[in-house]
Design a protein around this ligand. Structure first.
Ligand code: GLN
Length: 484
């Protein structure tokens, strides 16, 4: 088997048994990148020199016989997480020259446990989008079909994992940006509970929704990474001061008697038939493993997309005010200060980012605040309460991750509302702050992956990991890889 095809636990075993050298694994992955990256275009920046240095350090630690969980594991990081001394662009022209003077907490935790940074992956500019077509640089292609989008905004990370251009990756998820691309690329994507993982060093999009999480080849790798990145961080006051369990412990436990809620609002018209069938089959599979399906209702679901786009754009308009050409990033010429500000922002931001800044500035303006922002906050509470109510009777909620499989490049770019609807099943999870995971559950007739979403209670990633693992172990979907 080609080494780049390994997952974290397989590579760990071979490295620890001295049957594999960290540098050989790295060679295989960079060779894979050389072979296919001009087709997939997952990376904004490759950090080859640094990667080999990190591999050398990791190898020395492995040689002592006391490796860390990620010693020698090559990973890709979404380019909105700050890496000290390494370009961090958010796929935006306004940050195209930004080299952070500090390290995000997640990458510093991965570093403490021995990971190797391969490079930074492409995204929709500032994580605003569902296809990577909003990247200020280029569109990433879906490795299952190069004419299609990989999903977004963490499309670079998901495509890199699916194509074997890394062993695992990190993404961020504000309204679905880990789970939807994972679903469309046939890999596993976990958005943890809001507060479970520090966002220090994550470039802010919508701070009350943003969460960092994992994109991996299987469920176990997700649990391994969660053990490393989770936990309170004094540098992020929104990170929860809660103990972190060993997330791998629950894998392999029985799921007999687990109640899985099936929300009736999630099986809607307009959903692709093949997606619907695969998800229904997956529910039957879970039932055969002993889970008990229960029909539930999340009555405010229909307001989720509208609520999200008021709140996310409001927060974005405020967060993105910092890009003014003065402190860091791109600066345009101007005849005076005001002119320089305006030129910088006009030239530095792409159309979707501008659309959202304008929308968010409008919803926060004094005349409209009550009608839009305040109203959306109230509806958000109702959406969260729907989940609280549902979780009184069920342990996990199961839904499709995305209403369709990967769509064609260009298919939705002219119609932002159509694009916004691709997150219809993932957005409520961010509004409620609960954890959600997407795992492969089938393929369409033209060989495109389909994803199943499992949603858990606040800080109960363990149950969704346990149920996902049980499903994964009894199916073969996660083993398929694109033919690229
Ligand atoms: N697609 C959604 C948006 O455009 C979600 C993005 C995300 O999760 N970062 O805002």
């Amino acid at each position: 088997m080609e080494l780049y095809k390994l997952n974290i636990s397989e590579a760990r075993e071979l490295l620890d048994r001295k049957e594999l050298k960290a540098s050989d694994l790295l060679d295989s992955i960079y060779k894979r990148i050389d072979d296919i990256e001009d087709k997939v275009k997952a990376f904004v920046t490759l950090t080859k020199e640094k990667a080999y240095q990190m591999a050398e350090v990791s190898q020395r630690i492995i040689d002592t016989g006391k490796s860390f969980p990620l010693s020698g594991i090559p990973m890709a990081i979404k380019d909105n997480m700050c890496t000290k001394g390494i370009l961090t662009t958010c796929s935006s022209k306004i940050l195209a020259n930004f080299i952070p003077p500090y390290e995000s907490t997640v990458t510093s935790r991965l570093g403490d446990k021995g990971y190797i940074l391969l490079g930074k992956t492409n995204l929709d500019e500032f994580a605003m989008g569902s296809s990577t077509e909003n990247s200020g640089f280029f569109t990433t292609k879906n490795p299952w079909d190069l004419e299609r989008i990989p999903g977004g905004s963490s499309g670079g990370s998901a495509a890199a994992v699916a194509a074997g251009e890394c062993i695992a990756a990190l993404g961020s998820d504000t309204g679905g940006s880990i789970r939807q691309p994972a679903s469309l690329c046939g890999v596993v994507g976990l958005k943890p509970t809001y507060g479970r993982v520090s966002r220090y060093g994550l470039v802010a999009f919508a701070s009350s929704l943003d969460q960092i999480g994992t994109i991996t080849k299987n469920v176990k790798d997700s649990a391994i990474l969660m053990n490393v990145i989770s936990g309170n961080d004094p540098l992020d006051s929104t990170s929860a001061p809660l103990p972190v369990p060993d997330f791998t412990k629950v894998l392999g436990h029985e799921i007999k008697g687990i109640k899985i809620g099936i929300p009736k609002e999630y099986f809607i018209e307009g959903m692709d038939k093949e997606v619907e069938l695969s998800v229904k089959d997956a529910i039957k599979k879970l039932e055969s493993l002993g889970a008990v399906p229960v029909e539930i209702s999340l009555p405010h679901t229909e307001y989720a997309v509208a609520t999200y786009y008021v709140l996310a754009t409001s927060e974005a308009s405020s967060n993105l005010a910092r890009y003014d050409g003065v402190k860091y990033g791109f600066r345009a010429e101007g005849k005076d200060l005001m002119d320089m500000y305006m030129n910088t922002r006009a030239q530095g931001f792409g159309v979707e980012v501008k659309r959202r800044i304008m929308l968010g500035t409008f919803t926060l303006s004094s005349g409209y605040y009550d009608a839009y922002y305040k109203k959306a906050q109230q509806v958000r509470t109702l959406i969260k309460r729907d989940f609280d109510e549902a979780f009184k009777t069920v342990d996990v909620i199961v839904t499709p991750t995305s209403p369709t499989a990967a769509f064609k490049i260009g298919e939705k770019t002219e119609d932002p509302l159509q694009m916004y609807l691709s997150d219809i099943f993932t957005i409520s999870v961010n509004l409620a702050g609960v954890p959600g995971i997407s795992i492969p559950c089938g393929f369409t007739s033209n060989n495109l992956p389909i994803g199943l979403q499992l949603i858990g209670k606040h800080f109960d990633e363990e149950t969704i990991l346990k149920v996902s693992y049980a499903y994964e172990q009894s199916t073969e979907w996660h083993k398929r890889r694109p033919g690229i």
